[in-house]
Design a protein around this ligand. Structure first.
Ligand code: 5GP
Length: 193
């Protein structure tokens, strides 16, 4: 049996920038990786599936998981709590598979502190107007709040190893794939965290 561990990819960037789309596209064609499903206290959107997009839980369940130290990281984002279940991530890495986290910037920096060899990729919008357009197309409420947070997140992009400007999806996806392949080559033969 191989003792090679998987790699941890952390994808962050403003809400509506296309992180989830890029990750889903990649996972569709890649058999060596999986997605970390977070826990959240926010309400489920109509198209979302419990256990696929998130585990939707109430504050009581979330807080007891925090108390039991079951999160690799957790943050409050737009008034709701979001957390990455530690055991799931570690189990996947142990199996030698790569795992993708789609989390906010503060959560990403926290993961980097704990797992220095995690690869952090920041997805940036081409312009604020475009982000605004995408958020309203998605029917998102509280757009001004999300734009304000986006500004703060963009200020922290320098802490990330890679930045991709998602102007055009096909191009951004090629860049995304290229980064992952290159990281996989660099890390070949080395254990991750
Ligand atoms: P949304 O509510 O739009 O699905 O997500 C809001 C924000 O929370 C996004 O930036 C998303 O990446 C982030 N997020 C999702 N799951 C987690 C998590 O487990 N931890 C942290 N820190 N952020 C998360």
């Amino acid at each position: 049996m191989s003792n090679k561990k998987g790699r941890l990819f952390v994808i962050s960037g403003p809400s509506g920038v296309g992180k989830t789309t890029l990750i889903r596209l990649f996972l569709k064609e890649d058999r060596l990786s999986t997605f970390s499903v977070s826990y959240t206290t926010r309400n489920k959107r109509s198209h979302e599936v419990h256990g696929r997009d998130y585990y939707f839980v109430d504050s009581e369940v979330f807080n007891s998981m925090v108390e039991r130290d079951e999160f690799l990281e957790w943050q409050e984002v737009y008034g709701y709590k979001y957390g990455t279940p530690r055991k799931n991530v570690l189990d996947v890495l142990e199996q030698g598979l790569d795992i993708f986290l789609d989390i906010d910037v503060n959560g990403a920096l926290h993961v980097k502190n704990q797992c220095p060899c995690a690869c952090l990729i920041f997805i940036e919008p081409p312009a604020k107007e475009e982000l605004q357009r995408r958020l309203s197309m998605r029917g998102e409420r509280e757009i001004p709040k999300r734009i304000k947070v986006a500004d703060k997140e963009i200020e922290k992009k320098h802490a990330f190893e890679y930045t991709i400007v998602n102007k055009e999806l096909t191009e951004a996806y090629e860049e995304f794939k290229g980064i992952i392949e290159s990281v996989r080559r660099q890390a070949h033969g080395k254990n991750n965290c």
